[in-house]
Design a protein around this ligand. Sequence first.
Ligand SMILES: CC(C)(COP(=O)(O)OP(=O)(O)OC[C@H]1O[C@@H](n2cnc3c(N)ncnc32)[C@H](O)[C@@H]1OP(=O)(O)O)[C@@H](O)C(=O)NCCC(=O)NCCS
Length: 198
Amino acid sequence: MSETMSGIKEVSLRRATVADAEAIAKVRIESWLASYRGIIPDSYLDGMKLEESVAHWRTILEALAVAGERICVFVAESEGQVIGFVSGMLLPEPKLGMQAELTAIYLRPAWQRSGIGRRMLQKVARVFQAQGVNSLLAWVISDNAAARNFYEDLGGALLREQDFNWDGLELKEAGYGWTDLSVLMASVNALPSSLALH
Ligand SMILES: CC(C)(COP(=O)(O)OP(=O)(O)OC[C@H]1O[C@@H](n2cnc3c(N)ncnc32)[C@H](O)[C@@H]1OP(=O)(O)O)[C@@H](O)C(=O)NCCC(=O)NCCS
């Protein structure tokens, strides 16, 4: 077991590869089932197909080879198991004044609220900062109060709420933005961390 002297589990973040497609899809489905029950219809949640999600993520991960730093995907691992992932991309055209977008951030339920999410978000922000991009947009389902709190506590400003259609579902989403990623970095570093993360 990978534990520190204090017994706290170690979590590491690394770039995702095509070989992570299935692990990412499993985390995503597990996280959706735990977080979106009551927000998204049961029929949709219970009908999610692992193989479809694996295929979707394989396509994204294969595209990394040609996308360079325009797309980035990281996985969080503990004891060799993927426990979370995050992805982001540079936008071809600014949206709501933001140049980059956080496209997904999910952790297995047992690993939530331990400071991993904020470190994953920071990782993506660093990739964009290194390219001279200083703004980031994140969309969240309006009823996802926990994730909204996460973005707000990390300095994200509510930019817009709007209707959107996801796979045939009519939902509402809220867009959060950072116009200065150093604010995000400072917010992450200001929060105490309970995990050994490297
Ligand atoms: C949203 C998510 C990625 C955040 O990652 P995390 O590791 O759980 O969050 P952190 O521990 O880094 O939390 C940072 C801060 O965000 C806020 N926050 C995080 N989760 C929260 C929750 N469930 N309720 C209220 N505030 C929360 C807190 O201010 C927290 O700081 P604190 O724990 O010191 O109070 C993760 O909880 C997750 O995977 N949720 C389910 C999937 C999801 O909703 N993804 C977002 C889709 S848009």
